[in-house]
Design a protein around this ligand. Structure first.
Ligand SMILES: C[S@@+](CC[C@H](N)C(=O)[O-])C[C@H]1O[C@@H](n2cnc3c(N)ncnc32)[C@H](O)[C@@H]1O
Length: 408
């Protein structure tokens, strides 16, 4: 809300801010039609005078929100039932969390509207969580958000909400983007059918964005914790040996490339199917007639980030806990954890992840690597194009082609 200007200040205070911080404050103030001074004052008032924690504004999301209830305790962690804004504001200590790894509801659940309005609505909703994340994260901790894209209603264009979320987190909440990841789920079915299967004007959307953010440019991390087996090509090269020479790209291939390490450094494309159809969780839900969470992420996703970004004993939080995949992964990896979920029926099923003896949930030396099969990815556009195919539709597929209509 724009504020009226106070008379010229009698005194000035000096605040040491980097150019980037200053620019972020100015941008956020401009976006609200405020001066930077008024914007800072508004933040100060929202923070409840003097409550600022580790580098973040700590305004409680809503005083009326109840503290989430403890629903289940394990050796290393707890499932809470309730609104995680209250967990972030009232339960967790400031600067206590090493990693937040989560998959929030996607923008498409904001069904009322679409286009920019949809994205803006999502950002407004997310702000209270972002403030909470800033409050509870350690300065060198990490925030990992798995977020799927969404299509705008009625046309083959993509909503920008997840990119806007990333920009908002960096510009308004001073997170830094450590790296963007992409989760390719090969089991994803083609959709939306109208654009992909019927009109054939878009391809399968099979990738989620994963934003790895941190308050620090140097969050604690080690890629040695997430090595993967060498590819067949790399194995061959290691056996035969590399020729030491500069590459056309300018990269120097030195003798070091011939050294066999424990494995290869993974790319920022994570491949994991969401094929939990036979798991103890699903069996538990079926046996007890409980709802199976419809939007789970693969355990491989939190496992990767928990291993890369935390040590045993560190605290990991999933504020959109769902079926508590994150809790299950952390329990098996010996990290302390807290999952919070709004819906009690999802929590009832999540308890199934912790009944009976658990296998070590770790694709490590206990056999995961030996059992796993690599995914194959083809070179793009490998098959010859069909020369008999009609020319591209001048209207970009706005109208259904007759031929397309006849196809299944
Ligand atoms: C995409 S799902 C997460 C699924 C989870 N990663 C899994 O694999 O089971 C998002 C979850 O956030 C929950 N949720 C939405 N708003 C919430 C809030 N304010 N506090 C806690 N949970 C919330 C939803 O009920 C939903 O179960």
């Amino acid at each position: 809300m724009p504020r009226t200007r106070e008379p010229k200040p009698a005194q000035a205070i000096t605040v040491n801010a980097s150019e980037r911080q200053l620019a972020a404050i100015q941008r956020a103030a401009r976006a609200r039609g405020m001066s930077p001074e008024d914007y800072l004052l508004a933040l100060h008032e929202q923070a409840g005078a003097g409550e600022a924690g580790a580098g973040g504004v700590t305004r409680p999301a809503d005083e009326a929100l109840k503290r989430p209830k403890v629903k289940h305790r394990r050796k290393h962690g707890t499932i809470y039932h309730g609104d995680s804004r209250a967990l972030l504001d009232k339960v967790l200590e400031p600067a206590s969390v090493d990693l937040i790894v989560t998959s929030p509801p996607y923008g498409l659940v904001f069904k009322k509207s679409y286009g920019n309005e949809d994205a803006d609505q999502y950002l407004d909703w997310f702000r209270a969580f972002a403030r909470g994340f800033r409050r509870v994260l350690k300065p060198n901790g990490s925030l990992v958000i798995d977020i799927g894209g969404a299509w705008n209603r009625g046309e083959p264009t993509r909503n920008l909400y997840h990119f806007k979320l990333l920009v908002m987190l960096c510009e308004e909440f001073d997170f830094k983007l450590a790296q963007e990841f992409y989760w390719w789920n090969p089991a994803r079915l083609p959709s939306p059918a109208e654009w992909v299967n019927v009109r054939r004007i878009r391809v399968k959307d099979a990738v989620d964005c994963i934003w790895w953010l941190s308050p620090s440019a140097f969050p604690r991390a080690s890629n040695r914790r997430v090595l993967q087996p060498y590819s067949a090509d790399m194995e061959r090269l290691l056996k035969r040996g590399y020729r030491v020479k500069p590459r056309p790209s300018g990269h120097a291939i030195t003798k070091k490339f011939n050294r066999r390490n424990r494995g290869s450094i993974p790319p920022n494309l994570l491949v994991a199917g969401n094929n939990e159809s036979n798991s103890a969780y699903i069996k538990y839900c079926q046996k007890h007639d409980l709802v199976v969470h419809p939007a789970r992420f693969s355990a491989a996703i939190p496992r990767f980030f928990v291993r890369m970004l935390t040590d045993p004993g560190d605290l990991v939080v999933d504020p959109f806990g769902g079926s508590c995949v994150t809790g299950e992964v952390c329990e098996s990896l010996g990290r302390r954890w807290a999952c919070c979920e709004l819906r009690e029926d999802y929590i009832a099923g999540a308890k199934g992840r912790f009944v009976g003896e658990r296998e070590r949930d770790d694709a490590g030396p206990s056999g995961g690597a030996a059992r796993a099969k690599p995914y194959k990815v083809w070179t793009p556009a490998l098959l010859e194009a069909d020369d008999d195919e009609e020319p591209l539709a001048a209207d970009g597929g706005r109208a259904r082609a007759r031929k397309a209509r006849a196809q299944p």
